[in-house]
Design a protein around this ligand. Structure first.
Ligand SMILES: Cc1cc2nc3c(=O)[nH]c(=O)nc-3n(C[C@H](O)[C@H](O)[C@H](O)COP(=O)(O)OP(=O)(O)OC[C@H]3O[C@@H](n4cnc5c(N)ncnc54)[C@H](O)[C@@H]3O)c2cc1C
Length: 390
C-alpha cells in the first residue's frame, strides 16, 4: 500500500482547495425543503466547475480522473465539513450501476442529470417483508405491450419524497427460484400511481418513506440489464453502497471525532473533560478505532485500484465503521452528562444538540445497507469461506 500522493494528485487537491476557498459553502437551512434546494444548488455548482463525478467518464459529464482523485475530493469535502452531496443514491449507486450495466442510451439519458442534481435518485429495494432477506421481495411487474405494470410497496426508501427516479427491484417471474425472477427497473417517481408517505425516525428526521405502486406503467426500455437478471445488479449496488459510501462516511466520522476532541479540550462548564481519566480512555479508544478504520478502508481501496471491484470485503468496512461510529457518539453523549439530553432549541444546549441528534441518527447505520448480523454472515461465508448459514 502506497500512502503518498503523486505531484499530479497534490496539484488536483490544491486546485480544488482554491476553488472551495473562492466558493464557500453557505450555511445549511433547517427546513427540509429549503435544505434540499440548497443541496441541489451546491451539487450543481460543483458539477459546473467539473468537481462532481471526478472518477466518472468524461463522455457522461464526469471528470475522467482517477479513483485516488475521487478520494481526494471526498477528503476535501470532509475537511470543509460539507454535507453529503444531495444526490447520494444516484452518485454512489445508480450512476456506477448504469456505467457498468446500462445501455448507451441509458447512460446518455441519466448520467449527466445525476451529476448535475437535475434528477434526484432513490433506492427502492426493501419491502415490509423483504429487508435482510431481500430476495423475498414481492412487488410485481407484469409485461403489457411496451410497458411493465408495477404493483406493490417499498419501505425505508430514503429521500423518496424528493426523488425523480427510483432504482426499483421487482418480481417479474414468480415461478422462478426467488433470486432468479427479479428485474432491476428505473421508475419515474412522478408517474401516475406512485404514492410516497414519509416516516418519522427516532432522531425526529423524516428521511424515510413508504412508497406505494398502483398500476404504474414503466417502459420496457427502463430495464437495466436483462429481465429476470436483476439480482446480480442489486448485489453490485449493495457492494458499492457498503464500500464506496462507507469510505466517505468514515471520513465524515473522523471530522465528528475531531469536533468531539475539541469539545473535550475546551469544555465550557468547568475543568476540561479531556482531564478526566474515563473520558480520556473513551476518547483514546475512539481515536484508535478511527485509525484502524482508516487503514482498513485504504487496504480495500488498494485492492480496487489494482483492478478489483467492490466485493464482500466491503462488509468488514461497513460493519466496523457503523459500530465504531455508534460507540463514539454514545461516548460523546455520555461525556456531556446531563447536557447530552438537550436537543436543538433547548436552553443551555451544547453544540446546538449535535451530539444526541447524531447519536440517535447513528442507530440506523448498523441496519442500513444490511444489518450487522447480515454483514457478519457475509464475512463468514464469502470472505472467510465458512459453511453457509442454514
Ligand atoms: C438509515 C436507513 C436508510 C435506509 N435506506 C433505504 C433505502 O433508501 N432503500 C431501501 O430499499 N432500504 C433502505 N433501508 C432499509 C434497510 O436496507 C433494511 O432496514 C435492512 O436491510 C434490514 O431489513 P429489515 O428492516 O426488514 O429488518 P429484518 O430483515 O426484518 O431484520 C430484523 C432483525 O433480524 C436480524 N436478521 C435477519 N435475518 C437474519 C439472519 N439471516 N441472520 C441473523 N440475523 C438476522 C437482523 O439483523 C435484524 O436485527 C434503510 C434502512 C436504514 C436504517
Amino acid at each position: 500500500m502506497d500512502l503518498a500522493f503523486s505531484p499530479a494528485e497534490e496539484r488536483f487537491r490544491g486546485e480544488l482547495r482554491s476553488w472551495l476557498e473562492a466558493h464557500p459553502l453557505a450555511p445549511e437551512p433547517e427546513d427540509m425543503g429549503a435544505w434540499v434546494a440548497h443541496g441541489k444548488a451546491w451539487q450543481r455548482q460543483l458539477y459546473e466547475a467539473g468537481w462532481c463525478g471526478v472518477h466518472w467518464p468524461k463522455a457522461y459529464g464526469g471528470r475522467g480522473a482517477s479513483l485516488i482523485e475521487q478520494i481526494i475530493f471526498q477528503e476535501e469535502m470532509a475537511r470543509i465539513r460539507a454535507p453529503q452531496l444531495i444526490n447520494l443514491a444516484g452518485l454512489t449507486m445508480g450512476g456506477p450501476v448504469l456505467i457498468a450495466h446500462g445501455t448507451e442510451a441509458q447512460k446518455q439519458r441519466y448520467l449527466q442529470k445525476i451529476l448535475a442534481a437535475e434528477e434526484i435518485w432513490c433506492q427502492g429495494f426493501s419491502e415490509p417483508n423483504a429487508g435482510s432477506d431481500l430476495a423475498a421481495l414481492r412487488t410485481r411487474a407484469v409485461p403489457d405491450g411496451d410497458d411493465f405494470v408495477v404493483n406493490g410497496q417499498k419501505v425505508w426508501t430514503s429521500f423518496a419524497r424528493y426523488a425523480d427516479w427510483c432504482m426499483l427491484l421487482v418480481r417479474t417471474d414468480p415461478d422462478a427460484p426467488k433470486h432468479k425472477g427479479i428485474t432491476f427497473l428505473l421508475v419515474d417517481m412522478h408517474s401516475p400511481g406512485v404514492t410516497v408517505r414519509p416516516l418519522k425516525q427516532i432522531s425526529g428526521d423524516e428521511d424515510f418513506n413508504e412508497v406505494f405502486f398502483e398500476d404504474v406503467r414503466v417502459p420496457r426500455g427502463n430495464v437495466v440489464g436483462a429481465v429476470n437478471s436483476g439480482w446480480d445488479i442489486a448485489i453490485t449496488v449493495l457492494m458499492h453502497e457498503r464500500q464506496t459510501l462507507t469510505y466517505s462516511r468514515q471520513l465524515q466520522s473522523r471530522v465528528a471525532l475531531e469536533q468531539l476532541l475539541t469539545l473535550a479540550r475546551h469544555w465550557p462548564d468547568g475543568a476540561p473533560l479531556a482531564q478526566q481519566p474515563l473520558a480520556r480512555q473513551q476518547l483514546a479508544a475512539a481515536v484508535i478505532d478511527s485509525e484502524a478504520m482508516r487503514y482498513t478502508a485504504l487496504r480495500n481501496l488498494t485492492r480496487v485500484l489494482r483492478g478489483g471491484e467492490p466485493g464482500p470485503e466491503g462488509s468488514v468496512e461497513k460493519l466496523f465503521w457503523s459500530e465504531m461510529y455508534q460507540r463514539m457518539l454514545e461516548h460523546g453523549v455520555s461525556l456531556l452528562g446531563p447536557f447530552g439530553a438537550l436537543l436543538r432549541g433547548s436552553p443551555h444546549v451544547v453544540d446546538e444538540g449535535r451530539w444526541p441528534h447524531l447519536m440517535l441518527y447513528s442507530r440506523g447505520r448498523t441496519i442500513a445497507a444490511g444489518s450487522s448480523e447480515i454483514q457478519r454472515n457475509i464475512i463468514a461465508e464469502r470472505v472467510l469461506g465458512l459453511p453457509r448459514q442454514r
